[in-house]
Design a binder for this molecule. Structure first.
Ligand code: NAP
Length: 257
């Protein structure tokens, strides 16, 4: 089911955020709506999406479209239905933030659950591939689009026991670089990966249960950096692996490749 109150004649930029019902994705939704973007929110829980929709309608009416979508179960038709719903509502898509992610249980490869491995690769890597492929026609119609792959430090340097999560993020970096090489000269789409760094969310609490959440920066503190990527300066970052905290703290960016 899709709820919408955004006008199809609205010429503001439109972005899609996956995993919009949790920590960083939810903060993305609130901030991009506040900044005047039309936002399309994907999440696996219809109930959570509807609550966020109601909240955003109060603060920033007419900007939000929600679309329940579970990456573990979605099939080819579900992706086509999503693309058709977006095309019906908006002339193009100006941004795609691949934010949804699953951590799984930290374990050595020798004891890693195969079921968990497949689920995490499906959500963290296969879904961004399928979603990107499905939405490229809409993104190609934008005058200045971004595709942001939300990665992690463990997707840039391996860490013991992070298993499928780390490997999926390495894959995401590869997908980003491949796509950047393909799109760079032929489209106006700019593609990049971002490492949010330690951020106070449910995933962080699961990964570091002994840590005091009060010591960890909030998702909201990342939002200026996300907006920066969608601005003029973001264009120059095509194909780059970015540390989001560097944008926030030094007003300059650290690029990993
Ligand atoms: N927090 C950090 O310190 C940190 C550091 C580095 C990278 N990251 C990355 O940042 C991104 C956001 O993480 P977060 O910390 O905000 O995590 P989070 O609070 O756990 O949120 C993850 C989001 O992904 C959604 N999701 C999980 N499985 C899904 C599925 N099968 N289909 C659709 N959506 C699904 C969750 O939905 P539900 O609400 O239904 O659970 C939730 O909205 C992730 O890609 C993560 O790897 C986070």
């Amino acid at each position: 089911m899709t709820l919408t109150s955004a006008s199809s004649t609205d010429q503001k930029k439109t972005i899609l955020i996956t995993g919009a019902t949790g920590g960083i994705g939810r903060a993305n939704a609130a901030r991009f709506a506040e900044e005047g973007f039309n936002i399309i929110l994907l999440g696996r829980s219809k109930e959570k999406l509807e609550l966020i929709y109601e909240e955003l309608e109060k603060s920033n009416p007419g900007k939000t479209l929600i679309h329940p979508f579970d990456f573990t179960t979605a099939n080819a038709d579900d992706y086509k239905i999503l693309a058709a719903a977006i095309d019906e509502e908006y002339p193009c898509l100006d941004g795609l933030i691949h934010n949804a992610g699953l951590l799984g249980t930290l374990a050595p490869i020798e004891h890693y659950s195969e079921e968990s491995w497949e689920k995490i690769i499906t959500v963290n890597l296969n879904a961004p591939f399928r979603l990107t492929k499905t939405l490229l026609p809409s993104l190609s119609r934008s005058r200045d689009a971004r595709i942001i792959f939300v990665s992690s430090s463990v997707g840039r340097a391996a860490r013991a026991f992070w298993g499928a999560y780390g490997v999926s993020k390495f894959g995401l970096e590869g997908l980003m670089q491949t796509l950047a090489a393909e799109l760079g000269k032929t489209t106006k789409i700019k593609v990049m990966s971002v490492n949010p760094g330690a951020t106070r969310t449910a995933m962080r609490r699961d990964a570091y249960p002994a840590e005091n959440p009060a010591d960890v920066p909030t998702p909201e503190s990342l939002m200026n950096a996300y907006l920066y990527l969608f601005g003029e300066e973001g264009r120059a970052l095509h194909g780059k692996a970015i540390n989001l905290r560097e944008i926030n703290t030094k007003n300059q960016i650290k690029i990993s490749n």
